[in-house]
Design a protein around this ligand. Structure first.
Ligand SMILES: [Zn+2]
Length: 309
């Protein structure tokens, strides 16, 4: 009886200490050692990438979406009462800035539950191993980009010779599948072409005025020096084409991109600082970017085909 009372009392204490059930944390070991991560962070960036990595102050974009990236390379923090979601790790050299930015906004890395990745190129994925180590969060990625994340190397194109600390993928997410945390639901849209598993994410967000908006975290759709003719991978051309067609059907009035220039971040941030709480709300931004990237793709495809034949 005494033991039973004690057990009940302990159960009660445990229940009081943790009012919400903690989410499962990672039991599996990381793929990269801390020494490997540190070595990657200390490597100098090439001159054209150094400016992208300049620090910039973190800030709230809209609702529970915050910018925690560097000047030329994005990372987004989505906060919820049950923990947070962090999208993209940028370069290995960016990860310490991302961590500092999260804390500077008053949030904690230990509360990050999920890490997401737009795509497995070095400039968006290399910092993820550090972010996983700092948070214990689960890495969620598309099947088609998982191999590159876990290998720590994207297998073709301009960055094929660059390695980065490998990252363990804990959950594979399929096209149209959702991820829910603390009342926030993100829907994965696999928008391939730029990489085979390039993943955009859709989520509902509430503006400062209480109005409902829909945000799209856009995975890049630039050709970015990759080979269309001959194809870098068998479906690269039809993948790009289906991505442009699909994004024409998506309604989103907050466009968030993995390089700030594609979302006019500096201009919108200045307008926000001047008092426009809806500076990032713009239903024309996604169709305009999609049309611009499709035109650039068509031009590059024609150029490469002419050169290749
Ligand atoms: Zn890329």
């Amino acid at each position: 009886m005494l033991f039973r009372t004690l057990a009940l009392a302990l159960t009660f204490v445990a229940a009081c200490a943790a009012p919400t059930a903690p989410l499962p944390r990672n039991a599996a070991p990381p793929l990269a050692t801390e020494a490997q991560i540190l070595a990657a962070e200390q490597q100098p960036l090439s001159s054209d990438w150094r400016e992208w990595n300049n620090p910039t102050a973190p800030f709230n974009i809209i609702g529970n979406i915050h910018y925690v990236g560097a000047e030329g390379i994005s990372a987004f923090l989505i906060t919820t009462p049950d923990g947070h979601i962090l999208l993209d790790g940028a370069f290995a050299q960016t990860a310490p800035q991302i961590i500092a930015n999260v804390e500077r906004l008053g949030f904690h890395m230990r509360d990050v539950r999920y890490l997401l990745n737009s795509h497995a190129h070095v400039d968006h994925a290399a910092g993820l191993a550090r972010l996983q180590l700092a948070s214990g969060a689960q890495m969620v990625a598309s099947e088609a980009d998982r191999g590159a994340l876990e290998a720590g190397r994207f297998p073709y194109g301009p960055s094929e010779d660059l390695t980065f600390p490998p990252i363990r993928v804990d959950r594979v997410i399929a096209d149209n599948e959702t991820l829910t945390l603390g009342g926030v639901t993100l829907t994965a849209l696999v928008t391939p072409g730029h990489t085979p598993g390039c993943t955009s994410w859709l989520m509902d967000v509430t503006g400062a005025d209480g109005a409902a908006h829909r945000a799209l975290f856009h995975c890049s759709a630039t050709v970015a020096g990759q080979s269309l003719a001959p194809p870098a991978y068998p479906n690269i051309v039809s993948d790009f084409e289906s991505t442009f067609a699909r994004l024409r059907t998506i309604q989103a009035d907050v466009l968030l991109t993995n390089h700030p220039g594609f979302m006019d971040l500096e201009q919108r941030r200045a307008r926000q600082a001047a008092g426009d709480a809806n500076a990032f709300v713009d239903p024309h931004a996604l169709p305009a970017l999609n049309a611009r990237l499709e035109a650039a793709f068509r031009e590059e495809l024609a150029r490469q085909r002419a050169a290749h034949n």
